[in-house]
Design a protein around this ligand. Structure first.
Ligand SMILES: *[C@@H]1O[C@H](CO)[C@@H](O)[C@H](O)[C@H]1NC(C)=O
Ligand SMILES: *[C@@H]1O[C@H](CO)[C@@H](O)[C@H](O)[C@H]1NC(C)=O
Length: 355
């Protein structure tokens, strides 16, 4: 599990010194590929996937003037959703409907991998039917093998062949944590990002890497990767900090990683895409602080904390932080679910989507 990896080493990330907050001093920069898209972005609710957007019966002729301007998207945006179970079309439809309609989500961030033929077409269909944008994922796994190369090619091909894919795929992620897991030297990862951007340029689909601050920091900052990606998809998992205690005390831990990204991210749009606090520890989920508390009130408390800091997160350079809850169900990652394994909500969850 990504979290497994995150554990021991996040301890060290607590040692990295904080850099000064440089809110708002840098220009917005969504990457050249996105510039034409943004120049004509319509306001909510006329842009996809804003709340209240009315889906057309068929996709428009192209995806320019389709997406909402990322600089207007912040607060809770949706869920991380693990696909390793290879959910059926019917299950994807049901859960994406719940994600949109029950929780007012705008996006789903995929996690894990399903290698079933045509699986991404099922994701596209469920996303289109439920007005959700998708942060798609080239999954690297944790074994250091080369399976990701085939997954990359399959996903790139699906993005080109499925006519609806470019209307629901907001960004393509390389992940999870390829720097932290040292799957590729950072220069090669940057080259992969640039090649994928080139491959997807006619579709106007941007590319990112899903990673911990510590993943960059331990690779000398990997500025080449930060420069190559279009948006910054951040793993924010303060439970693993050496300074962790209860989630209501986690704001300085969040700020420490966020400030690093602000200092090095050149004003790009940022998401907390793997973002949460566990309700139980498990083999792969062990704290690095003796004071860290894993229980349901602290899982809930972390999201309450983000809600309380809605304005602070909105004011971050790039148009504010859009955050995902990691993860939809305990079936997908033990202890991190909003739902438990019986399909019951573990606590009331209705985070703000604007402030
Ligand atoms: C993009 O990559 C896929 C998978 O490798 C390939 O089949 C396709 O031809 C590429 N398309 C472009 C435009 O580079
Ligand atoms: C973490 O704890 C150390 C030691 O008490 C302290 O020096 C440091 O400022 C703390 N960092 C954060 C982000 O709270």
């Amino acid at each position: 599990m990504a979290l497994t990896a995150a554990l021991t080493v996040l301890a060290l990330s607590g040692l990295a010194h904080a850099v000064p907050l440089e809110k708002g001093v840098q220009p917005h920069d969504f990457g050249q590929d996105l510039a034409p898209l943004l120049s004509g972005a319509k306001p909510a609710p006329l842009c996809f996937p804003s709340l209240g957007f009315v889906m057309p019966a068929v996709p428009p002729s192209d995806n320019t003037n389709w997406w909402c301007d990322p600089a207007t998207e912040y607060a809770f945006v949706g869920f991380s959703y693990e696909v390793t179970a290879c959910q059926s079309r019917a299950q994807l439809q049901k859960e994406f409907s719940d994600i949109r309609n029950h929780f007012q989500s705008r996006y789903v961030r995929l996690y894990g991998a399903c290698d079933r033929k045509g699986f991404y077409d099922d994701i596209v269909e469920a996303a289109w039917n439920n007005e959700l944008g998708v942060h798609a994922l080239i999954w690297f796994g944790f074994d250091g093998d080369d399976l990701w190369i085939g997954r990359r090619d399959t996903l790139l091909a699906a993005l080109h062949s499925n006519p609806k894919a470019k209307f629901v795929t907001r960004v393509l992620q390389f992940g999870s944590e390829p720097l932290f897991d040292n799957v590729l030297p950072h220069a090669q990862l940057a080259q992969q990002v640039l090649a994928a951007k080139k491959n997807l340029s006619s579709l106007h689909i941007p590319v990112t890497v899903s990673e911990l601050a510590y993943g960059y920091q331990e690779r000398g900052g990997a500025q080449d990767v930060l420069d190559a990606i279009d948006s910054i998809n951040i793993h924010m998992l303060p439970f693993f900090s050496q300074n962790a205690s209860t989630s209501d005390q986690a704001w300085p831990l969040v700020q420490q990683d966020l400030q690093w990204y602000i200092a090095h991210g050149n004003g790009k749009k940022m998401y907390f895409d793997e973002n949460g606090w566990p309700s139980v520890t498990s083999e792969g989920v062990q704290p690095n602080s003796p004071d860290a508390v894993a229980d349901i009130p602290n899982e809930q408390g972390y999201y309450t904390l983000l809600d309380q800091h809605c304005e602070d997160l909105k004011n971050v350079v790039g148009g504010g932080i859009g955050w995902f809850a990691h993860i939809y169900s305990d079936d997908q990652e033990p202890g991190y679910g909003i739902y438990n394994e019986q399909g019951k909500m573990k606590f009331p969850f209705a985070p703000r989507t604007h402030c």
